[in-house]
Design a protein around this ligand. Structure first.
Ligand code: SF4
Ligand code: SF4
Length: 283
């Protein structure tokens, strides 16, 4: 299957899947029923043996606990990474300042993650039908993540915090989808507000050319996310403080469980829906 065919099938799936819409049964309020979560995805591709994956195993990048594509799937040849941008309705709903995320944003975080997994499943089934082996790390029993530092962690996980053994954002970087933001999200050509997913496959796809050399190339350091953060978790000097951000998310979870979220740093900012570097260059 060509990239074009896969992307076209997947775009149709995203447009039509009931999982891309909040159902009446799940809606947190009646007006949420029918909310469309995502626009169509954009795609990145990497050689599963790209040396950059080894770089991710370094301390200070993802860390030694990061598992290489071939450690997840021994027959790995390519990695497919996608970004699902949130719909305008989801993004605009979260423009209000303060600690309270919009109800649309909460849905996009929870039901939105389910849709990410459904798209991974769709891609895997389409490729398996052609004899390609596929594995979704975030849906695999070996997938593991840690939040705050835990002294009992040893070996590759010693000292690990706010990390995992497969980082969608770092994989998106390797796959040519974009670069990191001051707020530690990923800025793509469709912006930062959305979610990432990936599938490791045993078939060959031409890697996407990375149109950047630095890990923060697309962030224009405008400071808008610093001002938007309601708890001061982002600074132009020191970047993002994960512990402060995580504490706010935990607070929202206590109130709205199983829902939680914030996303103020991803909305009403120049990188929300586009690559601000290109906009700056055109100005
Ligand atoms: S709002 Fe500005 S500083 Fe913050 S991540 Fe986006 S481009 Fe970078
Ligand atoms: S850094 Fe965290 S707390 Fe601050 S705006 Fe972003 S998501 Fe919210």
């Amino acid at each position: 299957m060509t990239k074009e065919t896969l992307e076209s099938f997947a775009a149709k799936f995203v447009r039509e899947s009931p999982y891309n819409y909040v159902s009446a049964e799940e809606a947190l309020s009646p007006d949420m029923a029918g909310l469309r979560i995502y626009d169509e995805p954009i795609w990145g591709y990497a050689d599963a043996h790209d040396p950059l994956f080894h770089e991710l195993q370094k301390k200070g990048v993802v860390g030694p606990q990061f598992m290489l594509p071939e450690q997840w799937l021994p027959s790995a040849r390519s990695v497919i990474s996608f970004f699902l941008p949130f719909s305008d309705e989801v993004k605009k709903s979260n423009y209000e300042p303060g600690e309270k995320a919009s109800t649309q944003w909460l849905h996009a975080r929870i039901e939105g993650q389910r849709m990410v997994m459904m798209l991974c499943k769709f891609v895997s089934e389409a490729l398996r039908a052609e004899g390609c082996e596929c594995l979704t790390p975030c849906g695999d029993s070996r997938f593991r993540m840690v939040a705050e530092p835990r002294p009992e962690l040893t070996g590759d996980w010693a000292g690990a915090s706010y990390t995992s053994n497969w980082s969608e954002r770092h994989v998106a970087y390797v796959s040519g989808l974009g670069t990191f933001a001051l707020s530690k999200g990923m800025i793509t050509e469709k912006g930062i507000a959305g979610r990432f997913g990936s599938v490791i496959v045993s078939c060959d796809f031409e890697p996407k050319v990375r149109e950047y050399t630095g890990v923060y190339d697309y962030c224009i350091r405008c400071g808008a996310c610093v001002k938007r953060c309601p708890v001061g978790a982002i600074s132009l000097e020191t970047g993002k403080n994960h512990a402060i951000c995580s504490a706010l998310l935990a607070k929202t979870h206590m109130k709205d469980a199983p829902y939680y979220g914030c996303g103020k740093c991803q909305t009403k900012v120049p990188c929300e829906s586009r690559n601000p570097l290109r906009q700056k260059a055109q100005a």
